[in-house]
Design a protein around this ligand. Sequence first.
Ligand code: ZN
Length: 150
Amino acid sequence: MTALTDLYQEVILDHNKSPRNFRALEGATHSGIGHNPLCGDQLTLYVVVDGGVIREIGFQGKGCAISKASASLMTEAVKGKTTEEAEALFTRFHDLLTGPPDVKTDAKSFGKLAVFSGVREFPVRVKCATLAWHTLHSALAGGGAAASTE
Ligand code: ZN
């Protein structure tokens, strides 16, 4: 195991143990429910959008370490961004996780989200890592139907 992998592992464990923005939000303008039946991950996402910008974001739920850490890191990554920027980041993040392993990714541009780049070797885990993002996408799109990785 390389030092880089150790570092990644550490970030995921830290965010799993003490997830950031782990709370329901009063006055959320958008919310969504996400479910990954393959692993049993569930989460509810609360978003306050004002003037096209994600001002506040929080989540609650239960699931594996990767799904929780991913939701935690996602909330940190998109807070303060416009909804368009958040959607664009989701697309890039999804590509990072599902792209062929020989494609060099610009890990730096992802900041802490790069910790999930190792997940692409495990397709089942990709669903855990992208669940929060799928839920954000459906919440911003108006919610309604629950987001599912299936
Ligand atoms: Zn999971």
